[in-house]
Design a binder for this molecule. Structure first.
Ligand code: PGA
Length: 242
């Protein structure tokens, strides 16, 4: 399968950020390599503009969240259909920051993932334990429960991102064995061919070893996706078609 290297810009990025994408494209020699998927999930304000500008270069664009419904009286929300209409190909759902900031439950995350599939988007469904849960030896139980509650039942293709909450934005990462064990566990609970991403403090310095772990099929990158100088070496570290 093709590895997926996805950048999650979170609430960062103004229109000037397109310079970073242009710098990335020039480092890539003019367009994305065929043997890996490159995705950038900018703030919603930039989705349409970036999708229109860079799809020819093979840079795919995604949303960071969507509402379960296609349209209606939900002020401030964006539907999966709207993201698709704006040129997005993917949408992140259930990121731990949304689970925390917006009290998103597994059931809500599942409905968002199903909305994404309905709209023709590929959902990237995030799961991950807290530090206290890992220290209590409950990481597999917690992630197992999140998977049972959050994964869609439609049988269509989706992506799962394992992002330990304590590794996000902290510079901390699990050991390679802990990442491998969790990815083996998720592999056993997802349909064949599901791409499994690792996320949480992926940087140029650790990307190669993380992306070489069995059942790690790509990365979801936060801070290091904002600058071409950091994101490019992470893309280069991916092993290509696996
Ligand atoms: P980070 O964020 O790479 O800055 O740790 C990852 C994420 O939250 O997706």
């Amino acid at each position: 399968m093709k590895p997926l290297i996805a950048g999650n810009w979170k609430m960062n990025g103004f229109s000037a950020a397109r310079r970073e994408i242009e710098a990335l494209i020039s480092k890539l020699g003019g367009s994305a390599p065929e043997d890996r998927d490159i995705l950038i999930c900018p703030p919603a304000t930039l989705v349409a503009g970036l999708a229109a500008s860079y799809s020819d270069e093979g840079i795919q664009i995604g949303g960071q969240d969507c509402h379960p419904e296609a349209s209606g009286a939900h002020t401030g929300d964006i539907s999966a259909e709207m993201l698709a209409d704006a040129g997005a190909a993917y949408v992140i759902v259930g990121h731990s920051e949304r689970r925390t900031d917006h009290a998103e439950t597994d059931a809500l995350v599942k409905s968002k993932a199903e909305a994404a599939l309905r709209a023709g988007l590929t959902p990237i469904i995030c799961v991950g334990e807290t530090k206290a849960e890992r220290e209590a030896g409950k990481a597999l139980d917690v992630v197992g429960a999140q998977l049972s509650g959050s994964l869609p039942e439609t049988g269509e293709a989706y992506v799962v991102a394992y992002e330990p909450v304590w590794a996000i934005g902290t510079g901390l990462t699990p050991t390679n064995d802990d990442i491998g064990n969790m990815h083996d566990f998720i592999r056993a609970k997802t349909p064949e061919g599901t791409r499994l991403l690792y996320g949480g403090s992926v940087k140029p310095g650790n990307a190669k070893e993380i992306l070489a772990i069995t059942n790690v099929n790509g990365a979801l990158v936060g801070g290091a996706s904002l600058k071409a100088d950091d994101f490019y070496p992470i893309i280069e570290a991916a092993p290509g078609e696996m």
